[in-house]
Design a protein around this ligand. Structure first.
Ligand SMILES: *Cc1c(COP(=O)(O)O)cnc(C)c1O
Length: 377
């Protein structure tokens, strides 16, 4: 072993000891997948693939440059217009991924002397973005507008204030109290960003998200989303005002210093939006099925936490137990991932189950029974 890499083996051993070691492995084939974010089963939809193929052939494999150089294609503008319409905002801006969108947005809006107020369970991309921005980071208790209010009151400094939260939480599947959070942010003159990564395509009218469901477009400055979950493809975006978009184009480094999204990815997203428009009830139907599935798990005495979406955690506590259960489920034909710290708080390891359109009603009944049996051992 290269002596300069000795410390790596020690770090890996520490992870193994804590049951935190992870690997990026190809999942075994043939399992019923409960860990996909492809909620509407669009990644393999023929119309989505056809749209990606068309744009690939017409515009090439790559965008060949960043957006501000010569990489902006008519396709990018078309997709931004479509996303703005879906979200009910005047404008939208594409990013390479949802992670990059959050990095870009926070870095453009806040810096030294400013403060980011983040829900304690907000996604790692928002936390990383806050750290990278050099703004102070203040975390409010999960889904607690009153605590946010107190923190904003205390932060009397002159700097800009930005509140960030998810609408559907990625590891808990619960919903943020958006009207209350928006009211608090507005009252304190704080900007508000809502990450709709898991709500886009699923929640709200026609899959437009929870901001629209609550008619909060005017109160939420930044409606962030991803093309990589319910839309089945790859890429990130934010819907916002025209002025906000112009600022991000000029200041968001994760937008400026990277190659524009490739035509096939943009085409796939346009295809996915077409499918969504033709099937505006798919999200609601998925949520109904997920509610029935959650009901079965809860009736079996399992702790599904505050889930109210297609994401359903089964909290088990210890890392080792979550790992053992995931292994047993795998042996029984189900793919469900054990989610452990640091992705979730210490002592709250869980199986994270996501219901998708790929599951039949029969699959869900069968899976609930398997999970009940495995988890009650
Ligand atoms: C997945 C996710 C992201 C990142 O989106 P990608 O397009 O996968 O980079 C951001 N925020 C939340 C809440 C997410 O779950």
């Amino acid at each position: 072993m290269d002596s300069r890499e000795q410390w790596i083996e020690e770090e890996l051993e520490t992870l193994r000891q804590a049951q935190r070691f992870r690997r990026a492995a190809v999942p075994p084939p043939g399992l019923l997948n409960f860990s996909s974010n492809d909620y509407l089963d669009l990644a393999h939809h023929p119309d989505v693939i056809a749209a990606a193929e068309r744009t690939l052939r017409a515009a090439g494999a790559g965008a060949t440059a960043s957006r501000l150089v010569s990489g902006t294609l008519p396709l990018h503008e078309e997709l931004e217009a479509r996303l703005a319409r879906l979200k009910g905002y005047p404008a939208a801006l594409l990013f390479g991924s949802g992670y990059l969108a959050n990095l870009g947005i926070l870095g453009a809006l806040v810096g030294r002397g400013d403060t980011v107020f983040a829900d304690r369970l907000a996604h790692a991309s928002l936390m990383d973005a806050a750290v990278l921005s050099r703004a102070a980071l203040c975390r409010f208790r999960h889904n607690d507008p009153q605590h946010l209010d107190e923190l904003l009151q205390k932060a009397s400094g002159a700097g800009r204030k930005l509140v960030v939260t998810e609408s559907v939480f990625s590891m808990d599947g619960d919903l943020a109290p958006l009207p209350e959070l928006a009211a608090v942010a507005q009252q304190h003159g704080a900007l508000l960003l809502v990450d709709e990564a898991h709500a886009t395509g699923v929640c709200g009218p026609g899959g437009s998200g929870l901001i629209r469901e609550h008619k909060l477009e005017a109160a939420v400055n930044l409606s962030m989303g991803t093309l990589s979950k319910a839309l089945g493809g790859y890429g990130g975006f934010v819907a916002c005002s025209a002025a906000m978009r112009a600022l991000l184009v000029n200041r968001a480094r994760a937008f400026i210093y990277t190659t524009a999204p490739p035509p096939a990815a943009v085409g796939a997203a346009l295809g996915a939006l077409d499918v969504l428009e033709k099937n505006p009830g798919w999200g609601a139907e998925l949520l109904r099925r997920a509610a029935a599935f959650r009901g079965r798990l809860r009736a079996a005495g399992l702790d599904v936490m505050q889930s109210a979406s297609q994401i359903i955690p089964v909290q088990v506590g210890a890392n080792a137990r979550a790992l053992a259960l995931a292994e047993e489920l795998r042996a029984a034909g189900l793919l469900a991932i054990a989610i452990r710290p640091p992705t979730v708080p210490e002592g709250t390891a869980r199986l994270r189950l996501s219901v998708t359109r790929a599951h039949s009603e029969g699959d869900l009944v069968r899976a609930a029974e398997i999970i009940r049996r495995v988890c009650s051992l």
